[in-house]
Design a protein around this ligand. Sequence first.
Ligand SMILES: *[C@@H]1O[C@H](CO)[C@@H](O)[C@H](O)[C@H]1NC(C)=O
Ligand SMILES: *[C@@H]1O[C@H](CO)[C@@H](O)[C@H](O)[C@H]1NC(C)=O
Length: 765
Amino acid sequence: MRFQTIFVAILSLIVGAHAYWLEQISHQGVAPFAGSGYAVFRNVKDYGARGDGVTDDTAAINAAITAGGNRCGKGCESTTQTPAVVYFPAGTYLISSSIVPYYFTQLVGDPTSRPVLKATAGFQGFGMIDGNPYYTSDLNWVSVNVFYRQVRNFVIDTTNIAPGTAATGMHWPTSQATSLQNIVFNMPTTSGVVHVGLFIESGSGGFMSDLTFNGGATGASMGNQQYTMRNLVFNNCGTAIIQLWNWGWTYINLQINNCGKGIDISAGGSSDQDVGSLTVIDSTFVNVPVGIVTAYTSSSSPATAGSIVLENVSLQNVPVAVQGPSGTYLSGGTTTITAWSEGHRYTPSGPQSAQGAITPNSRPSALLGSNGRYYQRSKPQYETLAASNFVSVRSAGARGDAQADDTAAIQSAINSAASAGKVVFIDFGLYRLTSPIVIPPGSKIVGEGYPVLMAAGGYWSDISNPKPVIQVGSTSGQVGTVELSDFVVGTQGSTPGAVLIEWNLASSGTPSGMWDVHTRIGGFTGSQLQVAQCLKNAGSSAVNSGCIAAYMSMHVTAQASNLYMENTWLWTADHDIDDAANTQITLYAGRGLYIESTNGPVWLVGTAVEHHVLYNYQFANTKNIFASELQTETPYFMPTPNALVPFTVNTALQDPNFSTSCSGVAGNCAAAWGLRIVNSNNILIYGAGHYSFFSSYSTTCSTVEAGETCQSRIVSLEGTISNVNIYNLNTIGSLSMINRDGTSLASWSDNVNTFAANIAVFKSG
Ligand SMILES: *[C@@H]1O[C@H](CO)[C@@H](O)[C@H](O)[C@H]1NC(C)=O
Ligand SMILES: *[C@@H]1O[C@H](CO)[C@@H](O)[C@H](O)[C@H]1NC(C)=O
């Protein structure tokens, strides 16, 4: 039937090549709440797609996405019950209207030969891939609640569409735990082209990497709360990036070549700027007449909007590096911008309102890659391995039905894979664990569509005796490298002693890594921490002990080192994803991400930690941490109760003691720290958003009019601190933006931005 397929198959036999392992592996994922016979994995060719470049494959691809009856499409709020991994073998798929990935869908192309999605000349739709359609005047899904989806390994091609006809490669207003990776957008390069590669108008994102935009009027036109974007290449675009609005945005290793403009953040104009802040590091602009366009002036409004920090940005033939409304702010040429900012500076006192060169961060060599820039590594996809190199947890006997005790089967799969040098494949499922899973050095583990490993039962019942759920490296000082990707660690029912991920492993040489590995505490079917058990009781300080769900999301212990984390979201649920109205719930998890690695290095690339009681991020007695666009939220129930309950202070873990620190502090002081840094050095943070939107479930506190009174303080530096620098620190709902040993260094009211308050450059000194 398909000569080409047969030919490739024969060729594979001759040269020993093989199709991508994900295509070949047995598909045994189970979605226990989706109904019997529900298929998690779908190969679009099994649904009639031809990929021959001639046949219109739109209906077949959408059939692969929608199959299974209960999927979450038009009018559905959200779900974790009906996941889908929709796989595209190599080929050219002709598309005449939008492909709509439903909630909890991954679209995965063969990374060894990326499938091409090619628009027909008469293509109709807003985005060849429309991640969130407008069936009405509203987006189908509330964009800040769109989680758990990814698109990777595609070529998206609008070149058949007339250059002057509006066309969009992808429409992607989504939020945490989503990603785009390894995608090329091909658009016409004709003058007068109006195509846009990627369009985002809202959401609370996260992360993207390895995207190439060729041609078009605009490569990427984007508005969202915050993002880290890494390895974005723009060739021959009218404007590479238009920023529609944001609070904070960090680009790492941007490469903008032969575009009319680089990044335009002038939306709204000087009197009403829409773009909060922009951080660009380790990037290259080549043959770009104007690098960055801003509406910021000494009298623009809001005062700190349009804040920019640039560090290590190389220019080749870029006459104007930064252009303001009335002329050049920073001239370019062929040079390297070592560091430059506009906006407010605290060094550490301030504000100083300034525009011009700054001293670049002193970067510890431990954080650098071989090319002198900060180390980075994209999520491994194991392209060179065959399906026989994977060990399935289902094949090892795990059930994944949220009921059976799968501890022994999963541990056995991990052990046998490690000893055989294979990769563990966690088929989709909800795997109940009753004792910790130990991950030895050398392990590589990859999930299918975010399977869940869930701590359940008495082992984790003691709030004063924390124990790990997933333990990476034993506590005895193991050395080696581990790679984890694409899965979720959660809990089932009340597990107040659970530390969801404990990282002990020290690595020398290649860093260990975690990519798209998340914690999710409650708020999903199977967690038994939903509306039925933990409905919010706004305004009540009574703690429902059955809703104390975790001790800590993740602990990087003193002996651990050399850990790279990318696109990790540690989330204590504020609402029930599987409730039709996304009803809010009250859960208690003590601590978010605690790093006490004595030596580091640790990289946090596009990470977020939300709704933990004592703190979201805490770094203590550590050094050499790189972070891009940290993002946190304070629990919505605070201050009823506040952070004094239900967790007591564990001094061995350097917990904050609000009984002491809040003495004499006005307002809601005993509230989760967004970020707390104690006795540490070389902590270099490129973008941070620490948000406190609520007071007892009401948002009236988090406005300029109300005086940002949700909590008193949100970022704390304590003890012996050196070389702790934060670029584009954004806070919401906190009176103080940053504290030093209990004294506020900056008030929000001195630093008003679009919705947050912003400090462009903070240096601890
Ligand atoms: C800046 O990036 C270049 C590569 O473009 C690298 O060689 C250099 O070491 C970096 N500089 C700093 C100060 O990190
Ligand atoms: C926390 O602070 C209070 C008030 O100063 C003090 O009584 C208590 O002992 C402290 N707790 C710990 C564990 O240090």
